[in-house]
Design a protein around this ligand. Sequence first.
Ligand code: 4H7
Length: 224
Amino acid sequence: MNFYVMTLFPEMVMQGLSNSITGRAMDQDLLHVEAVNIRDYTLEKHGHVDDYPYGGGAGMVMQAEPIYRTWKSITDRIGKTPRVVYLTPQGKVFHQSMAREFAAEEDLILLCGHYEGVDERILEMIVTDHVSIGDYVLTGGELPAMVMIDCISRLVPGVLNNDSSAEEESFSSNLLEYPQYTRPEEFMGRRVPEILLSGHHANIEKWRQEQSLQRTKERRPDLL
Ligand code: 4H7
């Protein structure tokens, strides 16, 4: 899957995704993440990409032109016009089922806003999806874009090892995951639950399901 991130902070996006599972998937060419610097597409001699808001008010607004030229250079090069996701607190709140829908796409363009936001006219022209990662305010769209890419990437076949991808099914059960333990059997007086050492797979499975249900009731009753 190919992600094209339109941003003023390309190194932030690339550094954030070049580790761990997404980094390995990029090395294996299962994933292509390209951060495209909007500033490279300004026609201004001073490299400005923002200006004062019409009507007055605090802060600056990202201009349409450099964003349009960034988008045009990506779509011309790949010869397609993929969905364009704008990361904004005004978007639909991102969730796992939305990630599954996006994972079916071959290409995705993400637009990261900064300052007070982006000139509405370029949004009308190129944006297909307005997405928020939750009801809180951030300084830019880069972290939300990285969150989306991480989440979508792990649904791309081959990105996770087969063991973990089976685990994905368990999220579809809408329950929280059961607790995990590893060596040693005792840590500062706390023992691993005896059942996990029993080797009785059916009982372990039953215990884990109960734990999942219990924690969901306690921590996220809204999921039930
Ligand atoms: C686009 C438009 C996403 C991007 C406006 C982005 C939270 C989220 C941003 C803004 C984001 C999310 C402008 C909103 C300045 C905040 C003070 C960047 N914040 N800004 N405002 N929840 N911020 O997904």
